[in-house]
Design a protein around this ligand. Structure first.
Ligand code: SRM
Ligand code: SF4
Length: 573
């Protein structure tokens, strides 16, 4: 039955819709242009399609001006993102990624805020070999970017580790179930021949997505309370695991989260997902599918800035969207169950799980795995991967868990951790341990300011203020992004910085420590000196005036420093 209240916005389809429509299910001319040796780049239309294959063309922005002066084409290179549901990789897979980064990438790996690997700096001629090697190690890059469901996240190290296995399985099942069905990826990258009898109708090729795929990206994450490490309310579809009598009873379903916005455009805003009910584990695939089809049919295909599911929901009304989902399911969601989150960070160091297995959470600043002058992180991890028989878990906070370590192996792995000085972050302030920064410059084409390359040095200076105020062990989340797209989920950091221009940031305060409230703008367009000045006053007040156990994000609201954001639609007020 069609819901008479619901309508997709009218208007000319955006350019990307046109590109998808004529792409023959994400093929475009990718196969041909990747073979062309004249330019290291590819045309814009193909680059749009490329995203659906987990990659896109970038150029090294550090070299842009110089190359322009020399009348050279930009230093084109590709970013490649792996689909790694739940962020879990084997040691063999780790070694493959380590090796590929050396061979074809810029020698480093980026552990992303959605629990996966990104490689940067891959030249066009090496893309196919890289993807084939990833495929041979039983990973892929399908749908890691693009207007489809993305890498499904799950809590990396829940307090009940037997639940992790189950929740991780669901993240994998969701990711596989919601994959595009087109064989474009296999044909372009894996040399699969188009076989006779290949399905040709839309229903056969893409039964769920159809030929236009979704109006915009779609993200799913599963959190296991009390940890909200994946920021469940920032997801288009957030699932909150409900554990009853030590068993996974099902999931509370939250819809409509997202972080992106545009500076100065109040029609764009970060938004928190809202809980609409509860489903049993066996209902989750169907529920996710129907939710996605609602967004497919009613999302804005004309204005991409307003195309995310959060805007569809805010335009149509949460109750109407819920009714439509239930209409498509043919049954109603149960009433949401109680849940309580405590934090959205990671727990560092050794933690004992089930069956005598251990997990070590390593602090990876900015998620960058590299060999630095005084810190051979990449080599240390490679040596661990050579002997580790458990798993590696990439966390949503850009850190890494060396997971499922047996008691026998723990000694050897501890020795390697010590030999390479790998850190659980305890030598740093809790502020640094709770920091996140997006990639930004030099690879991200959208960056307006530095993030990953700058935040560590800003924290060096903030740590002095933290120490002066006796706040070294105070868990305060701090996040920085190079633009308002929010790749490090800035709006859920108790202290958030969004790049405005080189060296200038908007400063946000007041998000909740458990990821349940967005921040609010505090200062606009400020540089380092002003940031340090502001932080000196704020942290000193916090040290003196806070209530017992009061988090920084709650304090700034109680103290009247910023107003609480109650909903994304009043984020800018
Ligand atoms: Fe992101 C676009 C990097 C997580 C919101 N993001 C980009 C691109 C691909 C730039 C582009 O489109 O030209 C960046 C590539 C930079 C580079 O050089 O690698 C980029 N995003 C990242 C990563 C690598 C940041 C990191 O340092 O870890 C994260 C990869 C996640 C993954 O593995 O899939 C990353 N991006 C996020 C998140 C966080 C999350 O999903 O939990 C968000 C906010 C949540 C959300 O989606 O609302 C996010 N990225 C965006 C947006 C804004 C979307 C919007 O609704 O407006 C863009 C721009 C766009 O889509 O047009 C974007
Ligand atoms: Fe690039 Fe902006 Fe995302 Fe940072 S937040 S990675 S600058 S798109």
């Amino acid at each position: 039955m069609v819901n008479p209240v619901l309508k997709a916005p009218e208007g000319q389809p955006s350019d990307v819709e046109r590109i998808k429509e004529k792409s023959r299910y994400l093929r475009g001319t990718l196969k041909e242009v990747m073979q062309d040796r004249i330019s290291a780049g590819i045309p814009e239309d193909d680059n749009r399609l490329m995203k659906h294959h987990g990659s896109y063309l970038q150029d090294d922005r550090d070299l842009r001006n110089e190359r322009q002066k020399q009348k050279l084409e930009p230093a084109y290179q590709f970013m490649l993102r792996v689909r790694l549901p739940g962020g879990v990789a084997t040691s063999d897979q780790w070694l493959v990624m380590d090796d590929l980064a050396e061979k074809y990438g810029n020698g480093t790996l980026k552990l992303t805020t959605r629990e996966t690997f990104q490689m940067h700096g891959i030249l066009k001629w090496n893309m196919k070999s890289t993807i084939q090697a990833i495929h041979a190690s039983l990973m892929d890059t399908i749908a890691a970017c693009g207007d489809v469901n993305r890498n499904v996240m799950c809590t990396s190290n829940p307090y009940l580790s037997e639940i992790h296995t189950e929740v991780y399985d669901w993240s994998k099942k969701l990711s596989d179930y919601l994959l595009p069905r087109t064989r474009a990826y296999h044909e372009i990258w894996l040399d699969e021949e188009k076989v006779a009898g290949t399905p040709e109708t839309e229903e056969e090729v893409e039964p769920m997505y159809g030929p236009l795929y979704l109006p915009r990206k779609f993200k799913i994450g599963i959190a296991v309370p009390p940890s909200n490490d994946i920021d469940v309310f920032s997801q288009d579809l957030g699932l909150i695991a409900v554990v009853e009598d030590g068993r996974l009873a099902g999931f509370n379903v939250a819809i409509g989260g997202g972080m992106g916005m545009t500076h100065g455009d109040t029609a764009t805003y970060p938004q928190l997902a809202k809980v609409i009910g509860f489903v049993r584990p066996e209902q989750i695939l169907e529920t996710a599918e129907k939710i996605i089809t609602v967004q497919r049919d009613y999302g804005n295909r004309s204005v991409r800035k307003n195309a995310r599911f959060k805007y569809t929901i805010d335009r149509l009304g949460l109750d109407n969207v819920k009714a439509e989902i239930e209409n498509r399911l043919g049954w109603s969601l149960e009433e949401a169950r109680e849940y309580r989150f405590e934090h959205n960070g990671d727990r560092y160091g050794w933690v004992k799980g089930i069956n005598g297995k251990w997990h070590f959470t390593l602090f990876v600043e900015g998620g960058r795995v590299a060999d630095f002058d005084d810190y051979r992180l990449k080599t240390g991890l490679r040596e661990i991967a050579k002997i580790h028989t458990g798993d590696f878990r990439l966390t949503a906070n850009q850190n890494l868990i060396i997971g499922n370590v047996s008691s026998q192996k723990k000694k050897k792995i501890t020795e390697l951790i010590e030999q390479f000085g790998l850190t659980d972050g305890s030598r740093y302030s809790a502020l640094r341990r709770n920091s996140m920064a997006c990639v930004a410059l030099p690879t991200c084409g959208l960056a307006m300011a530095e993030a990953e390359r700058y935040l560590p040095s800003l924290i060096d200076k903030l740590e002095e203020i933290v120490d002066e105020n006796g706040l070294r062990n105070e868990e305060i989340t701090i996040r920085m992004t190079g633009c308002p797209n929010g790749c490090a989920r800035h709006a859920l950091g108790e202290i958030g910085f969004i790049g405005k221009a080189v060296g200038k940031y908007n400063m946000y305060l007041g998000a909740a420590h458990d990821g349940s409230r967005l921040s609010k703008m505090y200062r606009e367009n400020i540089g380092e000196e002003e940031i340090l000045g502001e932080m000196r006053v704020l942290l000193s007040r916090y040290a003196k005036e806070r209530n017992e156990s009061e988090h920084f994000g709650d304090f700034v609201i109680r103290a009247g420093i910023v107003k609480a954001t109650t909903d994304g639609t009043n984020f800018h007020d």
